[in-house]
Design a protein around this ligand. Structure first.
Ligand code: M6R
Length: 615
């Protein structure tokens, strides 16, 4: 889950590489480094522990020599502490090859032992340095950097993107990928490499997606792709349809806040073009036939973190609209319990990044059991949709803040669309019912605008809670995953003890946590389901009677809640199944504002990374 950049062309490589790293810093920020091939055919290198700013300061104090070929890395540590020595790039024995790496080399201990037996001195604790030594041994034996990379990849086990330069081949950068992301930027007389297109989007919007187990060599003139055995291969060329401004903050203090405020547009985009002229749902990338869908008798949703909570909401919608039983499982647990799967089980993998290793391994397991896998994903060309039988892209646009916001809301939209589509194919809902729900969904962007217009009330509330050490979140039915998501946001951003509960479960233990003044955020269901609403009010009364300060999110016109709410945040009136689309937004605003007031880095919370590509 590191960020990787490579460049060869007429510009100053240091500038291009550092700029690229800035755009990839969301992928990891434990350390950063850059290496260049400089005149005299030597490698010049700088690396620093901590955020990219530390490296930038070091480069400002002592700039590297001019160069037109370079690589860079921003790290999320796996092997070895996040310090200067373990920072990438790493060098070979003779300092001829410099290399950066994203992923994990599973057999590195073996390879390291063999190198050390041959008197190689390895300076770091990383798995990466081993690869730098191996590639350098190959070029020292007389082969070119591309062949060296191919040969080394044949002996590596695990997941990796590798990018290397050779001091004796100053106009070339060579990279390889297995189970880890890498894209090529195609410019005019210049080429780029990046973990994703954000690395080079200000220079070119033309990109090449690489396949599994491929090696790519870029020079000013061109791009050559092979497999690990040197056989020519091809990448898939595509045009990137978002620009640099989409990756910038639009005047907000944080990417996260910008992304919260983008949600009306993101949800609208997510709904765009999903119906044909006759009004029937059509999901373009849905490569499952109607017969395959009719055969589905069980759905298992797998995901992690916030995406898992989207899956929990999806269960309510899918079961209600299609009558197909749904299980929701943490991707990291899935394959270890030997799940019961067969060809009639549809596995739905939800992932914003499309690179989460736990989810990827879970879908691989599902496919070996002959189940069909459908991905719900925001990142075009990422690994999870590529390895799935079908995909629904969420179309949220790039999400840079580590905390998922618009990613979550658009995942919910995609889940509702999937549920309605299956209902349409299986005939479990009449056409006019599906129509009615689509109309309700299409009204949601405007309703989210209404919630956002009330942001100041939530910000004031956050200001009252800067000294709080613990917050509870309660919900029922589709509001229960919303409570869990609200608590997760507060944990990851404000580093507070926060827990979400199903309101009915409180009396079975957690109510012991309630003490005088404890803030309890309650997601009150709409009144359309009277029993649910009344039961929630009972839960609220229980905590209030024990001294909790109740902050209730309830729909306009709900007067029953008023006597039990110390603070009342109004939500637009929407059906119970769609309520997560509006109820989540104040909780995102609350966490974002509270973390800001507490002085935390909201976009890059401690210990976290945007894309978790290790298990
Ligand atoms: O990219 P994915 O959706 O697969 O990521 C899953 C989780 O790592 C992610 O949702 C994480 O929990 C976020 N930091 C939540 O804000």
């Amino acid at each position: 889950m590191c960020g990787i950049v490579g460049y060869v062309g007429p510009k100053q490589a240091q500038d291009v590489v550092v700029e690229g790293l800035r755009r990839l810093e969301y992928r990891g920020y434990d350390s950063a480094g850059v290496a260049l091939v400089v005149p005299g055919d030597v490698i010049s290198l700088a690396k620093r522990a901590g955020k990219l700013a530390n490296l930038e300061k070091a480069l400002a104090d002592s700039p590297l020599p001019a160069s037109h070929t370079g690589i860079g890395h921003t790290r999320w540590a796996t092997h070895g502490a996040p310090n200067d020595v373990n920072a990438h790039p790493h060098l070979g024995h003779e300092r001829r090859v410099a290399l950066v790496h994203n992923g994990i080399i599973e057999n590195f201990a073996d390879l390291r032992a063999r190198l050390e037996a041959d008197d190689h001195v390895l300076l770091s604790e990383t798995d990466t340095e081993v690869v730098a030594h191996l590639v350098e041994l190959q070029v020292e034996s007389g082969v070119d950097l591309t062949t060296a990379m191919q040969r080394v990849c044949q002996v590596l086990e695990g997941a990796f993107t590798l990018v290397a330069i050779d001091a004796h081949d100053p106009d070339r950068v060579v990279a390889a990928r297995r189970n880890s992301p890498l894209v090529v930027g195609v410019g005019d007389g210049e080429h780029f490499l990046g973990s994703d297109v954000a690395a080079f989007i200000e220079h070119t919007r033309e990109a090449l997606e690489l396949g599994q187990d491929q090696v790519v060599s870029i020079t000013r003139e061109g791009v050559e792709i092979t497999d690990f055995h040197g056989h020519p291969a091809e990448g898939r060329r595509y045009h990137v349809d978002w620009d640099l401004s989409a990756a910038e903050k639009d005047g907000h203090d944080w990417f996260m806040r910008k992304e919260i405020f983008e949600q009306p547009r993101a949800v609208a985009d997510s709904l765009l073009g999903r119906r044909n002229q006759a009004g029937l749902l059509q999901l373009d990338e849905m490569r499952l036939s109607d017969d395959e869908i009719r055969d589905v008798d069980k759905i298992i949703i797998i995901a992690c973190g916030t995406s898992f909570y989207a899956g929990m909401v999806a269960k309510y919608a899918i079961e209600h609209w299609t009558r197909i039983p749904v299980e929701v499982e943490l991707a990291s647990e899935f394959r270890y319990r030997d799940p019961i799967l067969d060809y009639s089980t549809l596995v739905v993998a939800i992932s914003q990044s499309g690179e989460t290793a736990d989810t990827l391994q879970a879908i691989r397991h599902a496919r070996t059991q002959r189940s069909k896998v459908l991905a719900i994903c925001n990142t075009n060309g990422s690994t999870i949709p590529r390895e799935s039988d079908a995909v629904i892209y969420t179309h949220a646009g790039p999400e840079i803040g580590v905390a998922s916001t618009k990613g979550f809301l658009t995942q919910l939209v995609a889940c509702y669309l999937l549920a309605l589509y299956v209902a349409q194919v299986k005939g479990t809902r009449y056409g006019d019912e599906i129509d009615e729900i689509m109309v309700q969904l299409e009204a949601i962007p405007q309703q989210i605008e209404t919630v956002l217009a009330g942001a100041q009330q939530v910000y004031d509330l956050a200001r009252e809670h800067t000294g709080t050490r613990s917050v509870l979140f309660l919900g029922r039915h589709a509001g229960y995953p919303v409570a869990l998501e609200g608590a997760l946001k507060l944990k990851e951003l404000a580093y507070l003890h926060a827990e979400g509960f199903a309101a009915g479960e409180l009396k079975h233990g957690p109510i012991a946590l309630v003490e005088e003044g404890l803030p309890v955020l309650c997601v009150v269901p709409p009144r359309g389901r009277d029993q649910l609403h009344e039961k929630m009010i009972s839960g609220i009364q229980e905590v209030r009677a024990r001294g909790a300060r109740t902050i209730c999110l309830a729909e306009e016109g709900d007067t029953r809640i008023e006597p039990y709410a110390d603070v009342l945040i109004r939500l637009p009136r929407v059906p119970v199944l769609l309520q997560p689309l509006v109820a989540t937004v104040p909780l995102q605003l609350f966490a974002c504002e509270l973390a800001t007031l507490m002085g935390h880095d909201v976009d890059q919370p401690r210990n976290l990374a945007k894309s978790v590509t290790v298990e």
